[in-house]
Write a protein of this length. Structure first.
Length: 176
């Protein structure tokens, strides 16, 4: 492994976490038409794995929100740089992000999408950096708590690098 990285969650554990989340979601949304709204770019890999592990039909859309950029510190404000082009009125929405940190991104998406009158809206994240939360946001499905470190792999990046790693690792502070 890269000397700048410290292994945190191996591939096999990610698979188990994804399977567990997919099982809960499949049970809760049985008989419903669920629309997964994935937050680019970080959640792309998690979302497609989750979708394939789910045992109920689902559809997928992607949004992009800028708040982090290439920085390792959240700027605290969010804007949608890519939106979906379908009506979500009456739909069951499941927001999918790989990680929740300050909570700004998901809070912003909840607020923005709620105004479009979906039937329901919940969120799923693989990783929860609880220690860094700045805004209260209800995330129904959480894979695992994460430490207050900068994480890469499985979609998570540092300056767009490392997204391809099949595991999740902490980037050593002096490597940022
Ligand atoms: P929040 O808005 O502060 O909750 O941050 C959520 C977004 O920040 C995620 O969608 C990620 O893109 C990014 N992010 C937060 N923590 C990390 C990390 O440790 N590594 C890489 N990206 C992160
Ligand atoms: Mg990023």
């Amino acid at each position: 492994m890269d000397e700048d990285l410290e292994m945190l969650i191996p591939e096999e554990t990610i698979r188990e976490l994804v399977a567990g989340l997919a099982q809960r979601i499949s049970r809760d949304y049985a008989g419903k038409d669920v629309l997964l709204i994935s937050v680019l770019k970080g959640a792309a890999i998690f979302t497609t794995d989750l979708m394939r592990a789910m045992t109920i039909p689902s559809t997928i859309e992607f949004v992009q929100v800028s708040s982090y950029g290439n920085d390792t510190v959240s700027s605290g404000t969010a804007t949608m740089t890519r939106d979906i082009n379908q009506d979500i009125r009456g739909r069951h929405i499941l927001l999918v992000d790989c990680i929740i940190d300050t909570g700004e991104t998901l809070r912003f998406l909840f607020n923005t999408l709620n105004k479009r009158n979906p039937s329901s809206i919940e969120a799923v994240v693989l990783l929860d950096k609880k220690a860094r939360r700045k805004t209260a946001v209800q995330v129904k499905y959480i894979g695992i708590d994460a430490p207050d470190a900068f994480l890469v792999g499985y979609g998570l990046d540092s300056a767009d690098q490392y997204r391809n790693l099949p595991y999740i690792a902490a980037l050593k502070p002096d490597a940022r």
